[in-house]
Design a protein around this ligand. Sequence first.
Ligand code: FAD
Length: 450
Amino acid sequence: MAQSCKVAVIGAGVAGLVAARELIREGHHVVIFEKGDRIGGTWIYDPRIENDPLGLNPDREIVHSSLYRSLRTNLPRRIMGFSDYPFKVRDEGGDSREFPGHEEVLSYLERFARDFELTDLTRFKTEVTCVRMGTRKDEWLVESRRRKACSGLEPGSEVEMEIFQAVVVCNGHFVEPRIAAIPGIGKWPGKQIHSHNYRMPEPFKDQIVVVIGSGPSAFDISRDIAKVAKEVHLASRSPDIEVGKVHGLDNVWQHLMIESVNEDGSVIFLNGTSTFADTILHCTGYKYHFPFMEIDKIVTVEDNRVGPLYKHVFPPSLAPWLSFIGLPSKVIPFLSAELQAKWLGQILADKVTLPTEEDMLASVNEYYSDMEEMGKPKHHTHVLYPFELQSEYKNWLRAQVGLPPLEQWIWETYVATLKRLISLDDGFREKEDFNHDLQTTLDTALCNCE
Ligand code: FAD
């Protein structure tokens, strides 16, 4: 195996940037392909919305980012940064809050790219349109085309083809909406939109809005809309959710999932309540999507399972020449991507060895059987929740690259934040007791290190 490889990284978001940095550290030659005109991926706020608000039309012009205008991070900044490049408050000002607004994250990523000289390696406005294997497993043909500034391929732009030894897929997975199936929706007269296309509350002024979901987006967006809407009704699949008026908010109600909707505009919930609504907003997550991959039979996406993938990164039969960084969800994303990237870099540099193809496949199959035994649905394959799954995974990756387990204070901070998110604690980002607890966790950890 080569010590130093020529590697194509697709995407200049968190995953692509940290992958490039780790690959360079291991002496590889990297080209980053980025269809947008700047680095940052998801963290580049784009006020445009797609022409299909549900994001289902495969021919729609895609807007990459799903950020809404008011978005603040849902993890505290102290656990969001890369391990050796903390997400600190900037000397020159900026947003110093523990849960800063999205602009602050973008600025952090721009500094990261600048400091590790990643910008010069990036081919901006260059969309990868096809990736396929050549005559050997370490020969990959990457086709790309130039794009206009913020939309569409440049008409008449030439297809460029280049050969790489390895390809790292980092194209993001918050772009292709999943929506809830609702009995009667075909005849329901209201509007529907997916959170991918939610930007600001003003269009919902005086409306009755039903928000489906119970993740961070449903939480934030329902509160954002409640400032201008007449009523907001949250519908959740979780059977243990507390239904009724949401404490502290005058116009927000929590229900169980929608049972059905009707031609007269009514929405019936499984807990027996109902309302007439103007809009249903689906905060129901996203699908993995790799439109440029020509390896259909080797890696498939079935019910949101990308597989088979050894440890969520390598298709066993193509490892290590094809890899996916950043797929796990319900994790601390920056740290996950960084560890996966370190592992990849060291494998390509021949410092760390992968098991045989058969053993990797056996490990994937064992993982699937364990999921089945635990009654987990296929679409949760890359969901590393409860958090013990994530800590086990991250510590496993750390061991592969010769690092000790992650420090305890990181997990304590993460779990404390999750608890607040899950308990739907309004305004948790500002609560003094919470910020005090986070500080105590960190202080204790630092004290124990001395
Ligand atoms: P992306 O950031 O999506 O980057 C993918 C890049 O690939 C993009 O730049 C895209 O233009 C490019 N690309 C795609 N296809 C091609 C192609 N064919 N050719 C060339 N380039 C291509 N994480 C946190 O840590 N904290 C938070 O508070 C947080 N809040 C979030 C809130 C929302 C609403 C969402 C959607 C996500 C949030 N996340 C949060 C998760 C966030 O997505 C990750 O932090 C991280 O940004 C994911 O990075 P990525 O590189 O995997 O994908």
